[in-house]
Write a protein that binds this ligand. Structure first.
Ligand SMILES: Cc1ncc(COP(=O)(O)O)c(C=O)c1O
Length: 407
């Protein structure tokens, strides 16, 4: 209790939009976070899909040190710097897209993608009514006025309305819903190939292909938001690769710069051609230090051996989860996701399980009230994976009700 009060007082000047745990973290070591008492926690959140290379990875530290040593931390986008140009080229080569706009967060990347999509959809200038955006049931794209408008969380949206107008939500499982949308009012369709905050729900490849077909047919921009599922998390560099679809616009952020804030909007030459000088901009986006670190992260993650390891460890964790499910049949309803982005849907609320796991030394994050999201660093060892699954099973047992034990 005394610790809780102390923690409360220490946070007295931080805006109360979060409810952080009382632990005060002072060190990061690979898959582990260490608090001010020296206690070690297995980090299965990766800062919500950010620290893909774990905490304190040598490649990230080296890039940071070298960039700091050069003294070139920020220049503004008034001037050219090498890291941003090189990173843009590398991202284009890896994605099959042509041009990149850098910004500072996922929400900003989505915001920019919506502006670019409108610009492109209104090319020719005689269709000002084309501003709507088709978004999906359970989507999460951010908390700004545009990204929030295409986020399917009425509780987050309603206190701040009116937001960007023109958002239309459809259920990706219902092809008829998309066909019922009037495309003449629509500039873009935005989709996460694996929905993250909405419960770790992968969209089947045929759904992504259907979106491509509909958007092409109607001259609508297709935006894939891979801010959470992209950059190696699913075992391929980009989560939509297996669909064979090329989106018009792709957003990236979270893991891109190894924990430094960075977002990116990748697009086709055609979309890029509709964006004019002055249409958009940012003071910090693509600065030399953050871009240098992102190049180091990308070089690690894009290596075929690294991605093969993510797939192997993804299979390993699924096998371990299935064993737990077999021992607790009524408790785990579903295991879903790909690579090292997994969702475990429970028959009971997850909050007590997350709390019990944390007490036992495993940091977890939820995705909605009944899904535990597993987002370990992609560099996690087999032994750490096994240890975490033991702690998760312990937390399930510690929070089971008598009915569940007997079921
Ligand atoms: C798919 C997706 N898009 C956008 C965002 C917003 O990113 P940020 O929190 O960096 O603004 C998130 C954050 O969780 C996300 O998961």
């Amino acid at each position: 209790m005394a610790t809780l009060n102390k923690a409360h007082q220490a946070r007295a000047h931080l805006l109360g939009v979060y409810a952080p745990t009382p632990h005060l973290f002072v060190r990061g070591e690979g898959t582990w976070l260490v608090d001010d008492t020296g206690r070690r926690f297995l980090d299965f959140t990766s800062g919500i899909a950010v620290t893909a290379l774990g905490h304190g990875h040598p490649a990230v530290r080296r890039a940071l040190e070298e960039a700091a040593e050069s003294g070139l931390i920020h220049t503004s986008n008034l001037f050219r710097t090498h890291p941003a140009e090189a990173l843009a080229r590398e991202l284009a080569e890896h994605s099959g897209l042509d041009r990149v706009f850098f910004c500072n967060s996922g929400g900003e990347a989505v915001e920019a993608s919506l502006k670019f999509a409108r610009r492109w959809a209104r090319r020719g200038g005689d269709n000002p009514e084309r501003f709507g955006v088709v978004a999906l049931k359970d989507a999460f794209h951010g908390r700004l006025f545009g990204s929030l408008a295409v986020t399917d969380r009425p509780r987050y949206r309603e206190p701040f309305e009116p937001l960007m107008p023109g958002a239309v939500f459809v259920d990706p499982a219902d092809p008829a819903a998309l066909e019922a949308v009037d495309p003449s009012t629509i500039a873009a369709l935005i989709a996460e190939p694996i929905q993250g905050e909405g419960g770790v729900q992968p969209l089947p490849d045929e759904v992504l292909r259907r979106f491509r077909e509909w958007t092409t047919r109607h001259g609508v921009a297709l935006i894939f938001d891979e801010i959470q599922c992209g950059l190696g998390r699913t075992g391929t560099l980009l989560a939509h690769e297996s669909s064979g679809v090329r989106p018009d616009i792709l957003t990236l952020a979270k893991p891109l710069a190894g924990g430094l804030p960075m977002g990116a909007v990748l697009m086709t030459e055609e979309v890029a051609a509709s964006v004019q000088p002055g249409d958009h901009g940012t003071t910090f986006g693509g600065g030399p230090l953050v871009a240098a670190v992102a190049r180091a992260v990308l070089a690690e993650i894009a290596a075929p051996d690294f991605l093969a390891e993510v797939r192997r460890k993804g299979d390993l964790v699924t096998g371990l989860l299935e064993e737990i499910q077999a021992r607790h049949p009524g408790r785990i309803l579903e295991i879903r996701g790909r690579g090292l982005m997994r969702g475990v849907r429970l028959s009971t609320p997850i909050a007590p399980v997350v709390a019990a796991a944390q007490e036992a030394g495993l940091l977890l994050v939820g995705a909605g009230p009944d899904v535990i999201r597993l987002l370990p660093p992609l560099t996690i060892s087999d032994q750490e994976l096994a240890q975490a699954m033991e702690l998760l099973e312990g937390a399930l047992e510690a929070t089971s009700t008598p009915q569940e034990v007997t079921s």
